[in-house]
Design a protein around this ligand. Structure first.
Ligand code: TMP
Ligand code: ASP
Length: 253
């Protein structure tokens, strides 16, 4: 079946869904870093992120976090509700890493006194600048009430996922979330959207501190594919046929 392509991002393609109000998210193996300055392919990433994000979204729904996720369709695609994406990237940090270290001169690995929530404007041309609540409400990207909901949901997601990952020997260092607006009978709800995967989280092994996320690609640390496989394996969602299956079909609509 040929579907109309709605949008192509750096790691995913969105197609029109089978029913009104739905969208198909196709996960690519493409990887970018530093706002598209570095480009590459991580073989099997799309298949693994599809499974990992499915698993995490389902677990979050079980604790009452509303998400856009409906169901996984196949190796690389999942059906989601159509939402209006709020143009903000919400980053939650538990341990100093990445840009936080650059910005504040902190040593990587330093635990933060408490979880810190940051906002960035989703705008590639501007390089996703960091913004604060004032910018968000003044420019109308989200209302104060929406932002309160977003902050509360983000902290709940952090608490839950920190525990879930700790259970499989991984530290949730930091992660990025995106939210969308969903309308139903004149009523608007804010739901968790996009994906949660080693592309959007920093995950370190509890024992060895080994990085098991996209930093292996960003910083040329090697064993990139293996890191994504290891996260999937620990969560119990590694496809059984292993790497052959993970490469999956190359063809795309
Ligand atoms: P940062 O340290 O580069 O700001 O990243 C913080 C977290 O957010 C990290 O887990 C990676 C994730 N992230 C994204 O998912 N997309 C992005 O565009 C950026 C900059 C970070
Ligand atoms: N996803 C962003 C990019 O494509 C940044 C990153 O994850 O490092 O450049």
């Amino acid at each position: 079946m040929r579907r109309r392509r709605i949008y192509e991002g750096k790691a995913k393609v969105l197609f029109e869904g089978p029913e009104p109000g739905t969208v198909v998210q196709y996960f690519k193996d493409d990887a970018t870093a530093f706002n598209n300055q570095k480009k590459g392919t991580i073989t099997g990433k799309g298949v693994l992120n599809n499974r990992i994000s499915e698993y995490l979204m389902v677990r979050l729904a079980e604790i009452g976090i509303q998400t856009h996720f409906v169901r996984r369709l196949n190796m690389r695609e999942q059906l989601v509700r159509e939402v209006e994406i709020i143009p903000i990237e919400v980053v939650v940090r538990n341990i100093a890493a990445g840009n936080f270290c650059k910005r504040f001169g902190a040593d990587e690995g330093t635990p933060l006194p408490r979880s810190i929530v940051e906002y960035y404007l989703k705008n590639d041309e501007l390089g996703d600048p960091m913004i604060c609540e004032e910018h968000i409400t003044a420019f109308g990207w989200a209302a104060t009430q929406d932002l309160d909901d977003i902050m509360q949901m983000s902290l709940r997601v952090n608490d839950f996922l920190s525990g879930l990952f700790m259970g499989v020997g991984l530290k949730l260092v930091d992660f990025k979330l995106e939210f969308g607006r969903l309308w139903e009978n004149e009523e608007m709800r804010i739901v968790l959207a996009d994906e949660i995967s080693p592309d959007s989280c920093r995950l370190w092994d509890v024992e060895t501190q080994e990085k098991l996320d996209k930093d292996r690609f960003r910083r040329d640390l090697g064993k990139v594919e293996e890191a994504y496989q290891e996260v999937a394996r620990r969560l119990g969602v590694l496809p059984e046929a292993g790497p052959v299956d993970i490469k999956g079909p190359k063809v795309m609509q």
